[in-house]
Design a protein around this ligand. Sequence first.
Ligand SMILES: [Zn+2]
Length: 320
Amino acid sequence: MSKAWTIHPNPILAQAEALMYGLGAGWLYRVHQDLHQGLQLPKLPADQVQATYPLSPLVKALDPQQEYSRAARLYRELLAGRDTVTPELYGDLVDAVTSKWAAEGRLKDNIQKRAAATYMLGVLESGRVSTAPASGLLDRPEDFLEGQEVRPIRFAQAKAGEYITSLSQRTRTQVKQVLYQHELSHGSPLELAQRLNDQFRVLNRDWRRIALTETSNNRAQGFLGSIPAGEQVEFSAALDCCDRCQAYHKTVWTVVSPEATDRDPDRHVWVGKTWQDGGAAISMHPHCRCRWMPVLRVRGDMRQDIEKRALDLLAAARNP
Ligand SMILES: [Zn+2]
């Protein structure tokens, strides 16, 4: 199993990654299941489906005998009495199931809430514990935080919203291509089931990469945003990190305001700094699990009140 599928050694961060990953993976699985049933494809065994959605607890065998969802049933009705399937019918089915599950899962709202929670984990790691109610803070950060503190959360949420929108668009496009190609070449139903499964595996793997990288990135921004300009932070490379990150391990950087005109990428870090700016940044690359640590402060992950607060935030983000 590739590195992307290893579970984070820190249980709280493992939960944070699962929070971001689980939303997209759960959505993909529901769309996949609806398509499988709507097209009445033969049964795919649970282990094949599980391999498509590693670490997802909700996966079962894909079985055409299960009760149809509404979208799948409508599709069967649409097909009744036709002897050929047009590309438009396939396209309609894909559009129907993807938008149905995006709406029912309130996909964009949910990923934005989860992105805010991962950002707040970084704030906690700086040692700052807010007493605001966790769910209120995630829903309406502007009611509890200063404008300057809300701004980077809004950007983290906007990015996450774009990523999940893009997942849903890519799913539509790529699944339609699989269906068109299959119909054109008159493949067997089992071949189609397997091709769809392969396509969803690629979509889910890509989503996993985004979920991990954004979790790390949001935490890093939340952390840096909570450290006053002038204080120092240390780059702490993840245990399984790449050589580039390892070279920065234990190096010390000074936090500056993102508006500072004299910021120097070889000595300074700031909210929103990326590896393209030069010097250290987190995340350095996809799947980067490195982190910033306080140099002078008590380390956030050693305090029980911080751990409890982190778990509260994750729970509030998980249960809309
Ligand atoms: Zn790294």
